[in-house]
Write a protein that binds this ligand. Structure first.
Ligand SMILES: Cc1cc2nc3c(=O)[nH]c(=O)nc-3n(C[C@H](O)[C@H](O)[C@H](O)COP(=O)(O)O)c2cc1C
Length: 186
């Protein structure tokens, strides 16, 4: 795909086919993610990946259970409670794979660096015909010390970007964008 097309045609995907995502594909996407710029080239990122749909669903269940009882500990608006109470709602969209982009330090710009890696990852995925969705909703549970310990992740790492991925059942229309607000200075 043309670069401009990749940017225009990336979408948040919440409906995936059963086709699994191969380990080699995830490694290829991560090799694009780490080409992102980072402050002082510190490259403060690490990646964790699950390519087992059952496991992703299990994490989704645990994240939902935690959110249902602990929403007030997050910055989410209490109005999302009703969405969580829907038995059909699943945090990770029943995706066949989940990749976490983790900041290895709490350095002042580590989160920004990880966000840039995340965008590279999602664009590279689009170029491979894969859909992605950054699931911020999964982050509070994933970033709990208990969860990280259970997943074997170092406690000092912070989950910045939980990204689900897989082959989309369909590519939805863009939800659109408002015109950019631009201030020409000087
Ligand atoms: C930081 C961040 C957090 C997001 N969290 C969620 C989420 O928890 N669940 C979800 O389904 N989509 C989530 N999204 C996807 C956005 O809803 C989506 O990108 C937006 O609606 C624009 O649609 P598009 O990506 O197809 O252009 C998130 C996106 C970003 C960048």
């Amino acid at each position: 795909m043309q670069f401009s097309e990749v940017i225009k045609k990336r979408r948040a995907i919440r409906n995936y086919t059963d086709k699994p995502v191969e380990r080699a594909t995830i490694e290829k996407l991560i090799s694009s993610a780490i080409l992102a710029p980072s402050a002082m080239n510190l490259q403060p990122w690490a990646f964790a990946a699950v390519i087992d749909r059952q496991k992703v669903d299990e994490y989704a269940k645990q994240a939902k259970e935690w959110l249902l009882t602990s929403l007030s500990k997050t910055s989410y608006d209490p109005s999302v409670q009703h969405m969580l109470e829907d038995p059909d709602f699943t945090v990770f969209h029943h995706a066949p794979a989940l990749v976490l982009i983790l900041a290895k330090s709490s350095g002042s710009q580590a989160s920004e660096d990880c966000c840039l890696a995340a965008e590279n990852f999602m664009l590279a995925a689009r170029d491979e015909g894969l859909g992605t969705c950054w699931v911020g909703f999964g982050r509070p549970w994933l970033d709990l010390p208990l969860t990280k310990a259970g997943l074997g992740l170092p406690d000092q790492y912070h989950v910045v970007a939980p990204i689900v991925l897989g082959y989309p059942k369909a590519w939805p229309e863009s939800p659109g964008r408002s015109p950019a607000e631009i201030h020409w200075l000087g």
